[in-house]
Design a protein around this ligand. Structure first.
Ligand code: UGA
Length: 437
């Protein structure tokens, strides 16, 4: 099939490359000339594990091309996949300007009937409204399909090929079947439903996963008071198949471009429909408090004469250079506000973090140099290379009281204690030296 993909972010690029690999001919459209230039030079504008090989293969086989010209790409396209950004506004509302703009362009530029497949995360009801307000004005029939993505950044290729389910929201059976055919090579259950339900599935999935994280963080906070250990508790409750083991890792809370935006977005949508989603409000509050609690613990551990903290990890999770809503950035801001000197490092996210953090932060690519002369270190992102650091060597370059805040419960508390650190995890009370506050 001839497919146009609008938007070359991580969802758009993964879809474009993987669909090209499945034998489709794909044109990726983006307005950003800089990105297009990079793509034309065979350089991916995003960092996504395992994507480069699929990208180069698609280019080699002439199945993938790039343009800024949506109109020309529509001459051949039977299906248009929309994967542009839907960022959050400050009040939690979703900024839908980019998706509306693409929809209006499609309505005007369509040269034949089209099937529009929405992969951008849009609020429930959006599809119906865009059909009534925009697509109904087109000269040609435009069918609309909501096909939400459940790809994780850093694992997007793996998630594309091994999805738990594929959701197709469309009010026309024939169109649903054509779009389902895009995934003919994947062994995943396909669930068909109406457009608004599919849009809701996306928000409900992310809100539920965020709820699991805030729930386990609250249990961890309680563990700290009870002197019990979150690891064994999370592992044991996760053995119950009704609960499941995933997303029960206590830590600094969720970040990224999706959970924070989608939880606030769903809260806003609920309120606008006259429903107070109390549980979701609590999930959001617990998540931001988790960062404040971590900052407080670090501040309490710092000696008056050496308020220097090293932060290891800036990305919102390992495997990505994305720092959007990363806990590390908030904690650094809070520490700076308390007059603390901060040095920070990350294997791949320094450049992005530099754009968002004040110039007072000193960045260093080397974790050992980052910790030099600091009296506390925060492990904010559980990069494998940081978990595997020589902590004896780290302690050797630090100053007392050698405080280590393991914000992701990724380290072995006993080994860290033996290296001479005052260790504090999140809800890990049994095997750690709990500072006397
Ligand atoms: C998330 C969803 O997992 C995807 O299914 C979805 O497609 C995507 O949002 C989206 O809406 O586009 P992503 O934001 O890439 O994917 O990241 P996750 O791997 O889900 O992690 C989100 C955050 O939760 C990270 O900050 C991570 O550190 C944190 N987390 C995750 C925990 O604190 N504890 C856990 O047990 C799991």
């Amino acid at each position: 099939m001839e497919i146009t993909v609008v938007g070359t972010g991580y969802v758009g690029m993964v879809a474009a490359c993987c669909l090209a690999r499945s034998g489709h001919t794909v044109t990726a459209v983006d307005k950003d000339q800089e990105k297009l230039e990079q793509l034309r030079q065979n350089v991916l504008p995003i960092y996504e594990k395992d994507l480069d090989y699929i990208f180069w293969e698609a280019l080699r086989d002439n199945r993938l091309s790039f343009t800024h010209d949506l109109a020309s790409s529509l001459e051949q396209a039977e299906i248009v996949i929309v994967a542009v950004g839907t960022p959050a506004k400050t009040d939690g509302r979703i900024d839908l300007s980019q998706v509306y703009e693409v929809a209006s362009d499609l309505a005007i530029l369509a040269k034949k009937p089209l099937k529009v497949v929405m992969k951008s995360t849009v609020p429930p009801g959006f599809g119906q409204s865009v059909c009534e307000r925009v697509f109904s004005r087109s000269k040609f029939k435009i069918d609309y399909v909501s096909n939400p993505e459940f790809l994780r950044e850093g694992k997007a290729v793996q998630d594309w090929y091994f999805p738990d389910r594929i959701v197709i929201g469309c009010n026309d059976q024939e169109v649903s079947k054509t779009v389902a055919n895009l995934y003919h090579d994947l062994a995943a259950p396909i669930v068909f439903m109406d457009v608004t339900s599919a849009e809701m599935v996306k928000y409900a999935s992310n809100a539920f996963l965020a709820t699991k994280i805030s729930f386990i963080n609250e249990i961890a906070n309680l563990c700290e008071r009870l002197g019990t250990d979150i690891d064994i508790i999370a592992e044991t409750i996760g053995m119950d198949k009704r609960i499941g083991p995933q997303f029960l890792k206590a830590g600094l809370g969720y970040g990224g471009s999706c959970f924070p935006k989608d939880t606030r977005g769903l809260d806003y949508i609920s309120t606008s429909y006259g429903h107070c989603f109390s549980l979701l409000k609590a999930v959001i509050e617990v998540n931001s408090r988790q960062r404040v609690l971590a900052t407080r613990k670090i501040l309490q551990a710092l000696p008056a004469d050496n308020k220097k903290v090293a932060v290891l990890g800036l990305a919102f999770k390992p495997g990505t250079n994305d720092v959007r809503e990363a806990p590390a950035l908030d904690i650094i801001d809070q520490l700076l506000g308390e007059g603390v000197e901060v040095t920070a490092c990350d294997p791949i996210a320094i450049e992005n973090a530099q754009k968002k953090l004040p110039s007072a932060v000193v960045f260093n690519q080397n974790p050992y140099a980052t910790c030099r002369d600091c009296s506390a270190v925060l492990l904010a992102t559980e990069w494998e290379e940081y978990v595997a650091l020589d902590w004896n060597q780290i302690k050797g370059v630090m100053k007392p009281p050698f405080f280590l805040m393991d914000g992701r419960n990724a380290l072995d508390p006993i080994a860290i204690k033996q290296a001479g650190f005052r260790y504090l995890g999140i809800g890990r009370s049994r095997n750690q030296l709990v500072p006397e506050y």
